[in-house]
Design a protein around this ligand. Sequence first.
Ligand code: ATP
Ligand code: MG
Length: 303
Amino acid sequence: MTTTTTTETPVLTATGVTMRFGGLTAVRAVDLSVHPHEIVGLIGPNGAGKTTFFNCLTGLYVPTSGKVAYKNTTLPPKPHLVAKAGIARTFQNIRLFANMTVLENVLVGHHTRTKEGLFAALLRGPAFHRAEKASTQRAQELLEFTGLTPKADHLARNLPYGEQRKLEIARALAGDPGLLLLDEPTAGMNPQETRATQQLVFAIRDQGTAVLVIEHDMRFIFNLCDRVAVLVQGEKLTEGTTDAVQADERVIAAYLGTPFEGAPGADEIAEVEAAEAAETAGAAENAETATPPDTVARPEDNQ
Ligand SMILES: Nc1ncnc2c1ncn2[C@@H]1O[C@H](COP(=O)(O)OP(=O)(O)OP(=O)(O)O)[C@@H](O)[C@H]1O
Ligand SMILES: [Mg+2]
């Protein structure tokens, strides 16, 4: 684990990020910063708003309110501008070009940040060829770094699941980001692959890219992260060292689904529980007059 140098300009400063979908507030006033050389975890139960928060950070969603800055420069909510500024990501649902080779997938990632414009590409002059050569060399280095060199010419769709996740990481790194966002990088991996991913994330940090990682595997998170933030029902419940977060009873309660006093969403949970209890009581009363199972209505009766 590294010590955080908080004097360095953060690679991420999210301030008051809120995302509403109609009546649902998926992310509510979340502040979070990540400093260079840090690995920060973002955890929380299913539906807590973690992916939505990533989507707000990367411009995939335009937040209802709040601000996202990279190295103190506010980012416009446009994915290509966020990528160009230096924030790369992987997706919870893998997004690769299935019919392109492993190497080609990484090359696509590199083009998000190359300076050569459309005309250079059309003219295919010396500058274009130099850039192409440099891109290919960088892509090959990244395949080496992620252990995918033997698969360079394979189609992405033919890779096993764990390697597809690695390829997504290689592609995200191709733009030389200052911050990498990983959304459930070990989902569907076996323990051996998970350990390898842990080593890969440490190596990414060591080569100078800070990491913000969402994951449900707590062992992975607590082994890996310098700091962990916890989202519950769209709100940041707490943030701290792995030891502090692990020992926090509110975090345990949030995962076990036991609301504590003052928990985000506790009022709604209490309301739902009361409604469910009332329904159960009603059902018990009606049980004596209920339709016997052998006279269950046929589906077409409802049309
Ligand atoms: N595009 C959308 N439109 C409407 N509601 C959405 C949209 N995206 C997410 N939501 C809702 O926002 C809430 C948060 O979802 P989100 O996917 O961010 O959770 P999560 O913490 O990533 O969960 P998981 O751990 O299961 O991936 C959920 O209630 C979800 O249904
Ligand atoms: Mg998610």
